[in-house]
Design a protein around this ligand. Structure first.
Ligand SMILES: [Zn+2]
Length: 218
C-alpha cells in the first residue's frame, strides 16, 4: 500500500513537469488530485503557491473526503473543495487536472463553450466543453457550478480562469486535457479556413455510447 501511494505522488509530480514542458500549464497555476479508493476514501492533491514544475513528492498532500489534511506539511490547493465535490458526485472519476492552457483559455475568457465539431472530442470529453458559471477561485459556488457543468462530460471550462479535466486515471485526465486544448486550437484554425461544421446528430449519439462504455470500464 505504501509503495502504491508513493507511485501516486510520483505520477502527480511527473504530470506537472509534462504539462509545463508541453505548454499546457505554467508557474504556480493549476492543481492535480488523484483518488485512492478504499475503506476510508482519500485523495492526493497538490499544494498551493508552489511552482508546479518543481514539485517534489513530499509536497503532495493526502486529504480526506471533507478536504482535511491527513498527511503533509503544506497548504492544499485553494480548489480543494472543487476536487472533493467532483469525486463525490462522479464516482467514475479518479483523477482531476486543473490547468491554464492558452487556446482553451481564449474560450474561458469569452465564456463560450467549445462546440463539438470533431469525432475524437466525444470519446474524450463526452461532447461540447461547457463553461461553468463564474465564481471566485476556491469558493463553494465555483465547486457547485463546476459539478453542474460537468454533467455527462469529462471536461469543463472555468469562466475567465481555466479548464478542468477528469478521468478514470491521471493518464486519461491528461488525454482529455490534450484533446480540449487541441480542439480549441483547431477551432481557431478551422475558422480561418472557413465553414466550420458541427457533428451530425447520429454520429454524436454513437460516439456518446462509446464514451459511456469507456467510463463504465467497457
Ligand atoms: Zn487556476
Amino acid at each position: 500500500m505504501e509503495g502504491e501511494r508513493e507511485n501516486y505522488r510520483l505520477e502527480i509530480v511527473r504530470m506537472f513537469r509534462r504539462l509545463d514542458e508541453e505548454g499546457l500549464n505554467y508557474g504556480r497555476s493549476g492543481n492535480i488530485s488523484v483518488r485512492i479508493k478504499g475503506e476510508a476514501e482519500r485523495y492526493f492533491i497538490t499544494p498551493s503557491g508552489v511552482p508546479k514544475a518543481t514539485l517534489k513528492e513530499e509536497d503532495i498532500l493526502l486529504i480526506d473526503r471533507e478536504g482535511n489534511i491527513v498527511e503533509g506539511e503544506r497548504n492544499p490547493s485553494i480548489e480543494v473543495k472543487l476536487h472533493v465535490s467532483i469525486y463525490r458526485r462522479y464516482p467514475h472519476f479518479n483523477a482531476i487536472i486543473h490547468a491554464h492552457p492558452i487556446y482553451s483559455l481564449a474560450f474561458a475568457a469569452t465564456r463560450k463553450s467549445i462546440p463539438v465539431f470533431l469525432e475524437e472530442m466525444v470519446y474524450y470529453t463526452g461532447g461540447d466543453v461547457r463553461v461553468a458559471e463564474y465564481a471566485p477561485s476556491g469558493s463553494p459556488e465555483l465547486a457547485e457550478n463546476v459539478v453542474r457543468a460537468l454533467e455527462d462530460r469529462s471536461a469543463v471550462l472555468l469562466a475567465n480562469h481555466g479548464v478542468i479535466t477528469c478521468g478514470p486515471s491521471l493518464e486519461e485526465a491528461y488525454d482529455v486535457l490534450v484533446c480540449v486544448e487541441r480542439a480549441a486550437k483547431i477551432y481557431f484554425l478551422s475558422t480561418l479556413v472557413g465553414g466550420l461544421t458541427t457533428l451530425p446528430q447520429e454520429t454524436l449519439e454513437l460516439e456518446r455510447e462509446i464514451y459511456k462504455l469507456k467510463l463504465e470500464g467497457w
